[in-house]
Design a protein around this ligand. Structure first.
Ligand code: NIG
Ligand code: FE
Length: 412
């Protein structure tokens, strides 16, 4: 089955070969004007200028982009999309001035989500997560990473990961699963960290590995959560089971987690709201991707990640939504891209690259998605007619997506 998308005003992020974009390279977004894309069986088979379109091409389906732009779907490399209930009560408490500690004392935070998740059946969880996945698909996300971490018991962590596995089976999106058993210490283990670490290593990880339930392992390395040493313990056990680390680092405090994560050769270090000069220098000297989650900083009214400094120091950065009920109750990557330009002073080209190609690298999906390249999946966004690519992040509240294509099929 051959599909032709014609009359594309600008075809964004076209690449004959791809590599992770470090530093200044992030601003290079290859574009072709007045273009077409040819798709065969869901895979990009070619692209070129409309004037060069071979008149003898006889596609099964011709789709007219009507002067809209086409870009690769968003690659959202950090989400907690499986959860059991919203937490707008905490949101209102914060508006009224309650602190994080006061909210936690009222049973809020990650433990609130864990209590809700314990009550939910696998089917209920799946149905709610499926709706969210549909929602973000329609907003242009074509590949996504999803974490566990609201289970915090053997049964509930496995329940979450099985839901992610089912999402993967039913959805045509590219989905990666991450085990985040070390999200916080459950109440029962508050004074017995070793006990919970043992449960993760001896009871959760062997089953997860045996059932192939995760690709990556994550730890929330933060004061009051997991120390760098505790993180190392969990990561080493994960590596033993073939799970590479993608980590929550430097969200609230810089406590040496970044250096430990680099030592452990993390695929990505995520959050990075709180970075010292040394943290920035160390990250820039590594091949690890720094994944920035600006909507979490926005929602928690925290300082934004130092994107400009990171880029100017030569780091490889990606952008992701952190979709979760506590710190980023939105999986809208269009807003993530806008916010990155508005608040972190990223150039539109940098933000698009960070949310597509570098996001794909942060899930090790760069051979399948993240750019318009022959052989990659036709997971594409077709925009409404817009005056320039900068208009995408500029017109931040508008829905500029006209159609979404997944595996070569227009799904909306
Ligand atoms: O990435 N920081 C840790 N975990 C989540 C939020 C946790 C929650 O409040 O549910 C995050 O922001
Ligand atoms: Fe997160």
């Amino acid at each position: 089955m051959t599909t032709l998308i014609k009359n594309i005003s600008s075809l964004l992020n076209i690449r004959t070969q791809h590599h992770l974009l470090f530093g200044a390279d992030l601003a290079n977004l290859p574009v072709m004007e007045d273009a077409y894309v040819l798709i065969e069986d869901g895979i990009i088979a070619g692209y070129g200028k409309m004037c060069d379109l071979d008149k003898l091409t006889t596609p099964d389906i011709v789709f007219d982009a009507k002067g809209g732009m086409v870009l690769p779907s968003w690659c959202d490399s950090h989400t907690h999309l499986v959860f059991a209930g919203s937490r707008e009560g905490e949101f209102v408490d914060k508006i009224k001035g309650l602190s994080y500690a006061e909210i936690a004392a009222k049973g809020g935070g990650i433990l609130n989500s864990a209590a809700k998740l314990a009550e939910a059946s696998e089917d209920e969880l799946f149905n709610a997560a499926w709706k969210r996945l549909q929602e973000v698909t329609l907003m242009g996300t074509g590949a996504i990473e999803i974490k566990s971490g609201y289970g915090l018991t053997v049964d509930a962590e496995l329940k979450m990961l099985r839901v992610i596995k089912k999402l993967r089976q039913k959805s045509s999106l590219e989905i990666k699963a991450t085990f985040l058993g070390a999200h916080t210490y459950p109440l029962a283990y508050k004074e017995n960290h070793q006990g919970y670490l043992k449960e993760i290593k001896e009871e959760m990880l062997p089953v997860i590995a045996a059932e192939g339930l995760a690709d990556y392992i994550d730890v929330f390395c933060e004061s009051g959560f997991f120390s760098p040493e505790e993180m190392e313990d969990v990561i080493k056990a994960g590596l033993h089971h073939g799970l590479k680390p993608k980590l929550h680092i430097n969200q609230l405090n810089s406590i040496g987690g970044l250096q430990k994560a680099l030592e452990l050769k993390a695929v990505s270090v995520d959050h990075l709201e709180t970075m010292t000069e040394m943290d920035i220098a160390d990250l820039s000297a590594s091949a690890t991707i720094g994944t920035l989650l600006p909507t979490a900083a926005f929602f928690l009214r925290m300082p934004f990640q130092p994107a400009r400094q990171l880029i100017d120091h030569g780091c490889a950065i990606a952008l992701a939504s952190d979709f979760n009920p506590g710190s980023s109750p939105s999986g809208n990557m269009n807003f993530v891209v806008s916010l990155s330009c508005i608040q972190m002073k990223m150039l539109p080209e940098e933000a698009i690259n960070a949310a597509t190609l570098n996001g794909a690298f942060a899930m090790e999906l760069q051979d399948k998605v993240g750019s318009v390249s022959v052989g990659k999946k036709a997971n594409l966004i077709i925009t409404k007619p817009i005056p320039s690519l900068a208009y995408l992040p500029y017109a931040f509240g508008s829905n500029l997506i006209e159609h979404v294509m997944v595996n070569g099929e227009i799904i909306a």
